[in-house]
Design a protein around this ligand. Structure first.
Ligand SMILES: CC(C)(COP(=O)(O)OP(=O)(O)OC[C@H]1O[C@@H](n2cnc3c(N)ncnc32)[C@H](O)[C@@H]1OP(=O)(O)O)[C@@H](O)C(=O)NCCC(=O)NCCS
Length: 171
């Protein structure tokens, strides 16, 4: 985490009107939909705030998900029981306000989401992300995610990478 930010659950105390990441759908989601999704328990939203400031610098969403075992490459499932569907968590959206880009905040949000997912009490095997476009997919690949051959817009975090991150986060 860059030293000057903290990450917490979105609440009514946060001012979300001025958030601007360059993608209208992601700005609009935070302004109009994220709180409602939390209240309805379909997706949680976590925001990064600069120390001493109220403006939202970045956010991500997190929700329970599942993945059919045959969608994962065989090397990821070789040691697993033959359950047809495996437990996962989905980072549906992740964005950084243009004023805060290039400060490792996107990476810090991603790391926070992965740790939160893997430390959850229900078992989670892998973390999935929805990439909105090629630039987003390239950001996730840079951080170790791999694309599914059958689902070009969704990427997953290989299980050994997730385990290493969890280990690093608990040290
Ligand atoms: C993609 C996004 C989240 C990156 O946020 P950021 O805070 O500017 O990125 P960071 O400073 O944390 O970058 C961390 C690392 O990722 C790399 N990176 C950033 N964007 C990248 C991209 N599109 N492709 C590949 N690598 C990327 C950086 O070079 C940096 O690498 P390093 O640690 O090896 O030096 C941000 O540009 C954004 O909000 N974009 C619009 C919304 C979006 O596309 N969201 C993603 C999917 S919904």
């Amino acid at each position: 985490m860059p030293p000057s930010f903290r990450i917490e659950a979105l609440s009514a105390a946060h001012d979300r009107r001025d958030f601007s990441c360059g993608i209208e759908a992601l700005d609009g989601y935070l302004a109009r939909q994220a709180g409602q999704d939390m209240r309805r328990r379909v997706s949680n939203c976590f925001v990064a705030l600069p120390e001493g400031g109220a403006a939202i610098a970045g956010y991500y969403t997190l929700a329970a998900a599942s993945i059919p075992v045959q969608d994962l490459p065989p090397e990821q499932t070789r040691r697993l029981p033959r359950y047809p569907v495996l437990p996962a968590v989905l980072i549906g959206r992740l964005a950084v306000d243009h004023r805060f880009k290039g400060q490792q905040l996107g990476a810090a949000l991603l790391f926070d989401a992965i740790l939160r997912a893997l430390r959850a009490e229900p078992a989670v095997l892998t973390v999935l992300v929805d990439a909105k476009d090629d630039t987003a997919a390239s950001f996730y690949r840079h951080h170790g995610f791999q694309a599914f051959s059958a689902r070009p817009q969704t990427l997953f975090l290989p299980i050994d990478t997730a385990a290493r991150l969890l280990q690093a986060g608990s040290n």
